[in-house]
Design a protein around this ligand. Sequence first.
Ligand SMILES: C[C@H]1O[C@H](OP(=O)(O)OP(=O)(O)OC[C@H]2O[C@@H](n3cnc4c(=O)[nH]c(N)nc43)[C@H](O)[C@@H]2O)[C@@H](O)[C@@H](O)C1=O
Length: 347
Amino acid sequence: MESKQFPNESTRNKSALITGITGQDGSYLAELLLEKGYTVHGLVRRNSSTVRTRLDHLYHNAEIYNRRMFLHYADLDDITTIRRILTRSKPDEVYHLAGQSHVGASFEIPETTCQFTAMGTLKLLEILRDLEKRPRMLHISSSEIFGRPDDSPQNELTPMRPVTPYGIAKAFATQMVTLYRESFELFACNAICYNHESPRRGESFVTRKITKAAAAISLGIQDHLTLGSIETQRDWGYAADYVEGMWRMLQQDSADDYILATGESHRVEDFLAASFEAVKLDWRDYLRQDKAFMRPSEVSRLVGNADKAREKLGWTATTRLPELARRMVEHDLSRLTSKPNENERFL
Ligand SMILES: C[C@H]1O[C@H](OP(=O)(O)OP(=O)(O)OC[C@H]2O[C@@H](n3cnc4c(=O)[nH]c(N)nc43)[C@H](O)[C@@H]2O)[C@@H](O)[C@@H](O)C1=O
């Protein structure tokens, strides 16, 4: 699947480079940009498993495989390689989605989280600053930067008060993006994203853990689900909507920061109820709780005001909690009842 090619300059369409292309958002964004006719370059971390199942379906299209999608190995701290890829691929747009994105894990591995999420972003900004032809840049920021805010809902002017290593790393990266925009005239935007989920969500995040368990329990494959706190609240949207918002940010006349959110807050318990409702079961019969899944510090009152994105980008979140949970459960049911194939081995 890997290709080290670069497209011929004379036949070049608009092009983009995505860090974190193998993740949930990266795969939706790659799809969106390919549909729009972009040539897409993706950075892939080199590790022993090289899991890329979220991109496999794109490789069934020969035109895309041969001419419009190119994957390159590069870790976020390998600045020499990233500089070389950027210099050769000359993208018009860079979408920086990569990083250690699990908030709970950031308490266990704070240094790694800061190395990739904070310093990785700064290193990328430094490379972009030196390029002769500077691409437009989008950084995926997070509602975690607000931590425990005084005001709710939050907007782009809400002060950052992060309370997790991940949130602190994201706050650093977000402020660096703003600084490079203001001081070095880089066209750089922060997409301040609240939680966004999909059937492609990693299984260690609470939504996918719940929908997978609801499906497995309804089929008799699993007998219970173990979670941490179910009182915590989140603003959950659909990931494919959020990458559309990111693309729109880079099509504006000037760079800016935007909140992407649904504006609705729900408890983990509500997500549980909607998911088990989709398989006609009562979650109370299957839930166990374990302190191991509780965090030393939790964010609170995080719900986003996406008015600016609506007014300036014409963006709104299309999907709300019950529908999102139902779609994810349906996907997990069909995965568990269909024959495993090569592509699904790692899902
Ligand atoms: C915006 C933000 O969104 C995501 O971060 P997150 O909100 O931490 O997402 P999560 O699905 O890990 O947790 C949601 C809530 O659910 C609670 N919870 C209970 N029991 C379990 C449990 O068993 N596992 C997990 N993971 N969470 C649990 C947990 O304590 C928390 O209150 C990332 O995309 C991040 O990159 C990002 O930027």
